[in-house]
Design a protein around this ligand. Structure first.
Ligand SMILES: [Fe+2]
Ligand SMILES: [Fe+2]
Length: 471
């Protein structure tokens, strides 16, 4: 399924057959470009970057790689191929054919789901906009920009759905996407984790490991949707998301590799003197990012989530691989709660607990990454283990919002928390130290001292390839 690059907006949805829609999106395009120039990657207008651009949605060979001037990147609208005779896989409409048009009775719910997802995409670009100034290498700079242009494309994907199916309301939502800004006190992005600054590269790798993984799970749940255009959009977005998580996971593994080499070389865990990121600081960054990402999944028990599920709008992760009735009305699921200073679980209706289920799937997937990190550490003969903090730690949403807890899940009083939180979360000192390491390294093949070089380059290119050309 080739993509039309002759159109102003590349697409595989026959945009030129729908003049009204095409005109509406072409009117949104300059607003998007202004936003990109004002709030996208700083000072990148003249850079030529070795980027991949989607040219098809087939699994093999969907991407084309070349140097592209960043503002000339062709943001487009790509939906995965429709599946023949696809049926709704869960909820009260289970077994019925999927909807190819908007189901009118679920208009408000679908709009909310699409807007909430869509808002995170430009948010991450805004959060990461300063990073280009302090890249550890050209390889990493290229990866940052690749992630940024694709998050921009994900915004296009959601705005297309809003324009195509929600009329004037949808167009207004499309404008609002460019009016809210990450960290803006008056008009912030919708979700809290998407307002946090991400202005050092350790935070960037944590972000692409943890926040983008939240994206993977949200998109996977929406890919199950009975609203077929949403499902098809999310299925293609997931192929791009995989690279974002690779950037995070491999970036963090490379930081650890360098840290461990310094620990061995100097026979100490205190490697700040040698320009490394010590494992304690690394763990604190994990604690911060993982805990704010758990909040992104919402309340453990949620009527909204139950409704989305019953309506067939948002499913579970890998819904079709789960062996149950896919209706959940009579099934139970354990959710946590705090009683007299102890974390317990109780069985509730599985239908109201789909958020919790998705969060647990996210935790398993994150733990897989942790295991890989610990393998790196062990390969240096160092016996420190990194871990994911307990779900009660540092939470603002759900069962643990009103309590203080240590990373191992002990409920604490506020005085103890105040005394000890600097052991668990990055302090101003930690952040200042990490920031002090952020000096730009822009010679081909050169690498900052706090991170190991990658084993291989991008798309068969050598590590010392000129991934970014400055003009
Ligand atoms: Fe995205
Ligand atoms: Fe992403």
């Amino acid at each position: 399924m080739q993509v039309s690059y002759n159109d102003k907006i590349p697409n595989n949805v026959n945009l030129s057959d729908d003049k009204r829609l095409q005109r509406a999106l072409e009117r949104w395009l300059p607003a998007y470009q202004t936003w990109w120039n004002d709030l996208g990657p700083i000072d990148s207008q003249q850079h030529e970057v070795y980027l991949r651009t989607a040219i098809s949605v087939d699994t093999d060979g969907w991407a084309h790689f070349d140097h592209v001037r960043m503002p000339d990147y062709r943001w487009g609208i790509f939906l995965a191929q429709p599946e023949a005779d696809r049926r709704i896989g869960f909820g009260t409409h289970k077994g019925e054919p999927v909807w190819t048009e908007l189901p009118g009775e679920y208009r408000a719910e679908l709009r909310r789901l699409i807007v909430t997802q869509g808002d995170t995409e430009p948010a991450s670009v805004e959060q990461q906009r300063q990073l280009g100034k302090t890249c550890p290498s050209l390889y990493d700079l290229r990866n940052l920009y690749q992630v940024n242009v694709e998050e921009g494309r994900h915004l296009w994907a959601m705005v297309y759905l809003l324009h195509a199916y929600f009329g004037r309301d949808g167009r207004e939502e499309g404008e609002a996407m460019l009016a809210r800004h990450a960290g803006d006190p008056d008009r912030p992005r919708i979700l809290k984790a998407f307002n946090e600054p991400t202005d050092d590269w350790l935070s960037f790798f944590m972000f692409t490991f943890f926040q983008d993984r939240d994206g993977k799970f949200q998109l996977s749940a929406l890919a199950e949707s009975g609203f077929d255009p949403l499902s098809r959009t999310c299925r293609f977005m997931l192929t791009e998301e995989a690279h974002h998580m690779f950037v995070g996971e491999y970036g963090l593994a490379r930081v650890l590799e360098r840290s461990c080499a310094l620990m061995r070389e100097h026979d100490t865990a205190d490697i700040r003197r040698f320009g490394g990121i010590d494992l304690q600081t690394f763990q604190k960054f994990i604690n911060f990012h993982y805990s704010i990402c758990l909040d992104l999944f919402g309340q453990e028990q949620s009527t909204n989530a139950a409704n989305y599920y019953s309506m067939g709008l948002k499913g579970r992760y890998h819904e079709s691989k789960i062996a149950d009735d896919h209706v959940l009305a009579d099934l139970g699921e354990a959710v946590p709660f705090v009683e007299n200073g102890v974390v317990r679980t109780q069985d509730v209706s599985a239908l109201t607990a789909v958020n919790e289920r998705l969060r647990q799937d996210y935790t398993k997937d994150s733990q897989r990454g942790m295991n890989r990190f610990n393998k790196v550490i062990r390969s240096f003969g160092i016996d420190t283990e990194l871990y994911l903090p307990h779900p009660a730690f540092h939470r603002e949403i759900g069962a643990f919002a009103d309590c203080y807890a240590s990373p191992d899940g002990q409920i604490l009083d506020q005085a103890t928390w105040n005394k000890r939180q600097a052991e668990w979360l990055p302090t101003e000192d930690d952040k200042a130290y990490v920031r002090s390491l952020m000096q730009p390294v822009t010679g081909p093949g050169q690498m900052a001292g706090w991170i190991a070089p990658p084993k291989r380059g991008i798309h068969g290119k050598p590590v010392d390839f000129e991934y970014v050309l400055f003009h």
